[in-house]
Design a protein around this ligand. Structure first.
Ligand code: ATP
Ligand code: MG
Length: 238
């Protein structure tokens, strides 16, 4: 008798029925979603609904109390942050993690084995501001400029899955647009992104799929093209 052949592991990110929180407090409840390789998932919701908590669970900063996180067919649910890196998952928190005493360039190559400048050439080309300030102390940058530097560092790592928590906060509009362009370029090379955002127009232009949270639960989700802007906005207006 022919046995059914085991199907190839699905590529991309899947998370299923995630519960996650702090101590006894559950913040994210029963949240499921995912994306294929080469896609962007946008996570939206009002302040304090659990967007960053969900991203921490995907990045391995917080261990979920229940549910699963699967990346490219590997169950990474129990792996902490540094071990997920080995599986190609990069996480950039909401608070910028720029080292103020180091230069812009040093911040960019901090986590890399190689100081190979070609790795940053595309990023410097996309963001002349960073190129001009390579030797400047990162601590002298504005909040938005430090966010841009955090973004550039995440992109320099070139992980197959990149988790970004409000990358555009305080960033100048022209650079926000460039960030979107770079994300889409990477997607064309089958990279995937999960982006938590407040900037609705931008995220709707970048994300293939949206997930909207309220009080830690999914209140709307689906392909961006199929969600009406008004329907999305309804969950964001206070
Ligand atoms: N380290 C922590 N310890 C305890 N509670 C926390 C911690 N971080 C967040 N919370 C709580 O969890 C809830 C969700 O927070 P979270 O940061 O995930 O929300 P968010 O949607 O990212 O909000 P924002 O839009 O303001 O970034 C909030 O009530 C918050 O106070
Ligand atoms: Mg947050």
């Amino acid at each position: 008798m022919m046995r059914p052949r085991p199907s190839a592991p699905a590529r991309g990110l899947r998370f299923e029925a995630l519960d996650c929180g702090y101590g006894d407090t559950t913040v994210v409840r029963g949240v499921s979603g995912g994306i294929e390789r080469g896609q962007v998932l946008g996570v939206l919701g009002r302040n304090g609904v659990g967007k960053s908590t969900l991203l921490k669970a995907l990045g391995g900063v917080l261990a979920p109390a229940a549910g699963r996180v699967v990346w490219d067919g590997t169950d990474v649910t129990r792996l902490p942050l540094h071990r997920r890196r080995a599986h190609g998952i990069g996480y950039t928190p909401q608070d910028d993690i720029v080292f103020g005493e180091l230069s812009v360039a040093e911040n960019l190559y901090l986590h890399l084995d190689s100081r190979d400048a070609s790795r940053y050439a595309r990023l410097y080309e996309a963001f002349p501001l960073l190129a001009q300030r390579q030797t400047q102390r990162a601590g002298s940058l504005s909040g938005g400029e430090r966010k841009l530097l955090s973004f550039a560092r995440a992109l320099a790592l070139d992980t197959p899955l990149t988790l970004l928590d409000e990358p555009t906060e305080g960033v100048q509009p022209e650079n926000v647009e460039r960030m979107g362009r770079i994300i889409r370029e990477r997607c064309a090379n089958s990279a995937s992104f999960v982006v938590v955002e407040q900037h609705l127009d931008w995220v709707m232009s970048v994300a293939d799929t949206l997930l909207i949270l309220d009080h830690g639960e999914v209140v709307a989700s689906g392909p961006t093209a199929e969600l009406q802007r008004a329907q999305v906005e309804r969950h964001l207006v206070v």
